[in-house]
Write a protein that binds this ligand. Structure first.
Ligand SMILES: Cc1ncc(COP(=O)(O)O)c(C=O)c1O
Length: 401
């Protein structure tokens, strides 16, 4: 890549953590008494807080008191930290295939595997709500946990995701919508189960003040590397070489911790008017939908009765060859993209006992490309991305679905 292209490289993810976030973190590292009020006002419920989505899932699973080793259904097309949290809770992941038209769990496959499951996790992937009516109907009596790490403010038949099941969790890690560093909220309506979740979370460790301050500084530095011009010059080349080794994007690691006051303050400060940022991201998504040459590749859409938050914009190609060619083309034209979950089948096979029975999910992992549409991009960036995709489609000779 030429130096000028490096300087202008559009990052694949949004790490929205600048000076004001850092200043707020520093102020709140010394103030443990602040009580979040905006989150409760927005959701109409008081969450149980933890430091991460994975810790929240662990707390929910522990509180369900399932027999040791019991099987928990989880889409294969999902972040592997979720599989790890299931194992950390002493349970066993059982992989469920995906739909092809949307990246969520296939109720058909869930139904086929239902008899051996003690619980199931419904992941609202890319902010697209699962068909929760169907999920709950297939689940029958077993607990359903909504993974809302990517679906804050998405709605299903008028109801927000996270309030459609037994219990749910959200993630506020950098790179997610709210990008507060870390942090997670658990919601659960049943008082008895909620009390059990609180009891589990009470055993979690607290953040020390130095830990919070160091974390804020590191998060700030990493976020700076996720912005132009540093992204193309440093963030991208370092990330490509060292992400796995240094776990820069936290794809590994498990710690049962309470939420840090630094993260909580930022979540609470941002959530009140966050919808306006989501609206901007939705507009970006619609610009892409209206500009990309139709009929050539699979484009995302809102399903009937659903209102997605458009956390991610996933292009689906006919083959891995086309997907990879487009990723290369966009990179050469100053746009970084993500081959999300590209290695998930191999990872699940090696570490979590996956037996190869999720063909749709495997296909998705090799044919999906996430292109940036986040709210901090300018309209001219989005227009450039859309036109470059169109030019790329001609150049790579994409053949259509
Ligand atoms: C779908 C999904 N579930 C769960 C998680 C875990 O959230 P956290 O990183 O806060 O542990 C993530 C993100 O890493 C995710 O993308």
């Amino acid at each position: 890549m030429k130096l000028s292209d490096r300087i202008g490289l559009i990052p694949r993810n949004n790490w929205d953590y600048g000076f004001s976030a850092l200043a707020m973190a520093f102020a709140n590292a010394f103030n443990h008494s602040a009580r979040p009020s905006n989150v409760e006002a927005v959701f109409g419920q008081t969450p149980v807080w933890t430091s991460s989505g994975r810790a929240s899932l662990y707390a929910i699973l522990k509180s369900l008191e399932l027999p040791a080793g019991a099987k928990v259904g989880v889409p294969l097309f999902c972040c592997s930290v979720v599989f790890d949290a299931i194992c950390q809770a002493g349970l066993t992941p059982l992989f469920i295939d995906s739909n092809v038209e949307d990246p969520n769990l296939s109720c058909e496959d869930f139904c086929a595997k239902r008899a051996s499951l003690a619980a199931v996790i419904a992941v609202h992937m890319f902010g697209n709500p699962c068909d929760m009516q169907a999920v709950m109907a297939v689940a029958g009596g077993i607990p359903v946990i909504e993974d809302c790490a990517q679906s804050i403010f998405s709605a299903y038949h008028g109801k927000q995701t996270g309030f459609l099941s037994t219990a749910s969790f959200f993630s506020f890690r950098c790179g997610k919508y709210l990008s507060a560093g870390e942090g997670s909220a658990i919601f659960c309506r049943a008082p008895e189960l909620r009390a059990k979740i609180e009891k589990v979370v009470d055993t979690f460790e607290s953040w020390s003040r130095p830990e919070m301050l160091i974390d804020a500084l590191f998060t700030f530095a990493k976020a700076a590397l996720y912005h132009r011009p540093l992204y193309g010059l440093v963030g991208y080349p370092v990330g490509i070489r060292l992400d796995k080794k240094l776990n820069l994007t936290a794809k590994e690691g498990f710690r049962t911790a309470k939420i840090a006051s630094t993260h909580l303050a930022l979540i609470d400060a941002r959530i009140g008017d966050f919808q306006t940022k989501i609206e901007r991201q939705k507009q970006h998504a619609h610009t892409l939908l209206n500009t990309i040459t139709p009929g050539v590749l699979g484009l995302p859409s809102d399903d009937d009765g659903c209102c997605a938050n458009w956390f991610q914009f996933a292009l689906r190609f006919q083959s891995a060859r086309e997907r990879d060619a487009m990723a290369g083309y966009l990179l050469r034209h100053g746009i970084d993209t993500a081959k999300y979950l590209d290695d998930i089948a191999e990872e699940a096979r090696s570490n979590y006992g996956y037996n190869g029975d999720c063909p749709n999910a495997e296909l998705l992992s090799k044919t999906i490309l996430l292109v940036p549409i986040y709210y901090t991009l300018q309209s001219r960036d989005i227009e450039r991305i859309a036109h470059t995709i169109n030019a790329g489609l001609k150049t790579i000779g994409a053949t259509g679905r």
